[in-house]
Structure formats: structure tokens, C-alpha cells
Design a protein around this ligand. Structure first.
Ligand SMILES: Cc1cc2nc3c(=O)[nH]c(=O)nc-3n(C[C@H](O)[C@H](O)[C@H](O)COP(=O)(O)OP(=O)(O)OC[C@H]3O[C@@H](n4cnc5c(N)ncnc54)[C@H](O)[C@@H]3O)c2cc1C
Length: 410
């Protein structure tokens, strides 16, 4: 049964990351946003520090991903996704752009874990071993194209077999860590008229001839994190890099399902990050009210503001509960597409509302750069949480498809 109590290790992780966020990351946040970068020394130190958070539940922060999964005691269900959500909320509370810059396979990890052959998992995830003392490395996930964002089935990037290689052509846009990634999972189609059935997923390695970085985007928020365009021009990718091998695509929706399975794991984590940003804004406004309103303003006005804080807090708590439920199902290997979408949709909306409320509650202070510049930054950072990994509308489509299964229109 789902249990909301954090384990001792999860509580330690949460407390440790909160301290790190409060005293190290937050003070750097505005500078990172301005410079559109996270200092490498910080990332390097974080990788070293993260070793101290390692335990069997914190796979997100271990070097051991390439190793075969240890048999799990059935009486102790996995907590991997839950623990990752706890860490994601806490780090996003500190600085969400910094969190997206964390070295590791990133969004490219879930499709490799879900669909890769044992050899591919070992090879591609193994590349990230030893980062605490060695080179920092990133992975990326290349699905979106100009004209095919929400409409995943409509991708146009093409792939065709040529001997023991595949030739890839097309463009991918808005790819998180796309320029710095040592490899990117690229989705392409053997024939657009086949729709989902034509999809294939490849691990395309940096430096492969014909695989180039296009423009780096200037963004509203999350400015310290890189978002890149990737261009494939007659890019030859070996057969060995087709995720899961050809047999993985024997079923009609093999490649498409690789993309979708990724979302089942990542949407709750994106929801957790949104809760982290929303909580940051809410706590900021709450503390502002404590310091500026309680003693100096008339009580009726204060109670109206207190009610808004209560509503914001309630919505964030509810969103976190949905995130925990979705991660619980993922940890138990129970299908969670509906719950993952519910968690992400609710968290994005609750956090956007929290950021708007916080700015309004702080009055003019909230909209002016300077003293309260973090509020302004969170307000810019949060919007994309209702866009990437599927917009809010798309989450509602996913949910409605699963609650109206017997209607032909769906
Ligand atoms: C900062 C950032 C990072 C990103 N990182 C990545 C990444 O690493 N990898 C990657 O592959 N992609 C990434 N993306 C792309 C992101 O996933 C897409 O932007 C997103 O899926 C929306 O697609 P779109 O921008 O093409 O919008 P569109 O699909 O064109 O949508 C436009 C509007 O139409 C609505 N809409 C579309 N279809 C429907 C429908 N059927 N029903 C109702 N409403 C609909 C949408 O909700 C939206 O409001 C990133 C985007 C951003 C901004």
C-alpha cells in the first residue's frame, strides 16, 4: 500500500539537499541565470558530494547504473522513483535550471533503461561511470521536431537501413543539454505514413559525422540550462545503436512506446520539480507576509492573504501526493501513464499559480528585479513545466483517453 512516510535515508537526502540548496545553490542562482551557465566546479563538487547520498534507493545519483539490477526483496518494494522525486523537488526548490544541468544520462536514461539491450545499457549508461573524479558527461533525449512537439506520432526525421548502418536525416529542436551531450536518443521514422509503427529510437553519439549542433535557444526561464537544436544530415549510425535491436520494433508501436514509456517515468519527476519551484515561491511569500504584514497591516486584509497562502499550500501538497502516487506505481512496475499525467498536469498548474500568487502577495516588490529577484526568476522558470514533457493540454488528453476508454472518438 502507498505510504507517504519518508524512509530515514530519504529524509536525510531531503535535508542534505535542502541545506545545500539554501546555503550554496540559492546564493548562486541569479548569477547562473544571468550568465546562462552553471559553474563546472560546482557540478564537479556536487558529483563528489552525491556519492555520500548513494544508497540502494538513490539510483539517480550512483555510478552503478550499468550494472545488472540486483534482485529485489519482494517485501521491500523499490523506492527509486520516489527517492528521485524527493531529490528533484528539493533541488528544483534551490534552482531548477541547475538541476537540469546535472551530469548524467538525463532524459536519455529512461529510454535506454526501458528499451536498451543488456549490452546497450552497459555500453551507454556505463559511459557515465566515474564522473566523481573524472570528466563530466551528459546524455539527451531528441524527440521534438519543428512541427512535431505534442504530435509525437507525426515526427518526420527519417531513418533508412544501409547495410549494417542506418542513415538518419532531420532536425530536432529544444533538446535539453543537446549540445553538450555525449549521446542523444534520437527518434526517427522509417516511413511517416506508418505513423507510430514506423518509429525507431537510436543512440547517436557526439562526433558522429552528419550529427551537428544547430542554434542554442534564448529562453524565458531556466536560462542556466542549455536547450539546443540538433541537425542530422546523412548521419550514419551503426545497427548496434538501434535501441533494443530490430526485434524491439516487431510490435506495431515499438519505437513510439519507447518514447511514451520514457514519459511514464519522467513526468512525475517533472511534476516534482514544479512542486519544488512552486514551494520556493510559496515559502518566499509566506515569509514576506510574516515579516511585513502581520504586525503592520489590518487583520482583515491579512486574513484574506493568509487564505490565499493556505490555498496555494493545499494545491502544492495535493500535487505532491499525485507525484508520490505516480512514482509509487512506477516503482511497483504498475502501469502509471494516467497517474503520471495527472501528477504533471496538477503540479505544473499548482506551481504556476503559486508563483503568480507569490508575486501578487509581495505587491510591487514581487515584480521588480533586485531585492526580490528570485521571485521574478521562479515566475519565468515555472511556465515551461506546463509545456515540456507534454503540455498541460496533452496531459489532459492522456488522462481523458484512459477514463473514457469506451468512447470511439478517443
Ligand atoms: C526548455 C525546453 C526544454 C525541452 N527539452 C526537450 C528535450 O530534451 N527533448 C525533446 O524531445 N523535447 C524537448 N522540449 C520540447 C517540448 O517537449 C515541446 O515543446 C512540447 O512537447 C510542446 O510541443 P510544441 O512546442 O511543438 O507545441 P505544440 O505541440 O505546437 O502545441 C502548441 C499548443 O497546442 C496545444 N495542443 C497541441 N496538440 C493538442 C491536442 N491534441 N489537444 C489539445 N491541445 C493541443 C498544446 O497544448 C499547446 O498549447 C523542450 C521544450 C522546452 C521549452
Amino acid at each position: 500500500m502507498i505510504d507517504f512516510t519518508l524512509t530515514k535515508k530519504q529524509q536525510e537526502l531531503k535535508d542534505g539537499l535542502n541545506q545545500l540548496g539554501r546555503y550554496v545553490i540559492r546564493p548562486m542562482s541569479l548569477e547562473m541565470d544571468k550568465k546562462k551557465d552553471v559553474p563546472e566546479t560546482f557540478l564537479r563538487n556536487f558529483m563528489k558530494l552525491s556519492k555520500s547520498f548513494q544508497n540502494e534507493d538513490v539510483n539517480e545519483f550512483t555510478d552503478a547504473e550499468a550494472a545488472p539490477a540486483k534482485p529485489r526483496d519482494p517485501s521491500k518494494p523499490s523506492q527509486t522513483n520516489r527517492t528521485a522525486a524527493i531529490g528533484a523537488e528539493e533541488l528544483a526548490w534551490a534552482d531548477a535550471a541547475m538541476l537540469l544541468c546535472m551530469p548524467g544520462p538525463g532524459l536519455g536514461g529512461p529510454p535506454v533503461r526501458a528499451t536498451g539491450t543488456p549490452e546497450q545499457k552497459k555500453r551507454f549508461l556505463g559511459m557515465f561511470a566515474g564522473m566523481a573524479d573524472g570528466e563530466l558527461k551528459w546524455g539527451a533525449y531528441g524527440l521534438t521536431e519543428p512541427g512535431a512537439g505534442s504530435d509525437v506520432a507525426g515526427i518526420r526525421a527519417s531513418c533508412r537501413r544501409d547495410g549494417d548502418h542506418w542513415i538518419l536525416n532531420g532536425r530536432k529542436c529544444y533538446i535539453t543539454n543537446g549540445a553538450r551531450a555525449i549521446w542523444t536518443v534520437i527518434f526517427a521514422t522509417v516511413d511517416p505514413s506508418l505513423g507510430r509503427a514506423g518509429h525507431r529510437a537510436f543512440v547517436v553519439e557526439k562526433g558522429t559525422p552528419g550529427f551537428e549542433v544547430g542554434k542554442i535557444e534564448e529562453k524565458l526561464g531556466l536560462r542556466a540550462n542549455e536547450t539546443a537544436e540538433l541537425v542530422l544530415e546523412d548521419c550514419r549510425v551503426p545497427d548496434a545503436n538501434l535501441l533494443g535491436g530490430e526485434e524491439a520494433y516487431a510490435s506495431r508501436a515499438g519505437g513510439f512506446m519507447t518514447a511514451m514509456k520514457t514519459f511514464d517515468n519522467t513526468r512525475p519527476l517533472v511534476g516534482a520539480m514544479a512542486v519544488g519551484i512552486g514551494r520556493a515561491a510559496y515559502e518566499y511569500a509566506r515569509d514576506f507576509v510574516r515579516e511585513n504584514y502581520v504586525l503592520s497591516r489590518p487583520i482583515p486584509r491579512y486574513s484574506a492573504i493568509a487564505e490565499r497562502l493556505a490555498k496555494t499550500s493545499r494545491r502544492l501538497e495535493a500535487a505532491r501526493s499525485l507525484v508520490y502516487r505516480a512514482t509509487y506505481l512506477a516503482d511497483m512496475n504498475i502501469p502509471n501513464a494516467k497517474e503520471a499525467s495527472m501528477a504533471k498536469a496538477a503540479a505544473g498548474q499548482a506551481a504556476i499559480a503559486a508563483c503568480i500568487e507569490a508575486i501578487e502577495i509581495c505587491g510591487a516588490h514581487g515584480s521588480i528585479q533586485g531585492e526580490h529577484a528570485l521571485l521574478e526568476k521562479w515566475f519565468r522558470d515555472i511556465k515551461v513545466y506546463d509545456i515540456f514533457e507534454g503540455t498541460g493540454n496533452i496531459q489532459r488528453v492522456v488522462i481523458s483517453k484512459r477514463i473514457l476508454t469506451d468512447l470511439k472518438a478517443f
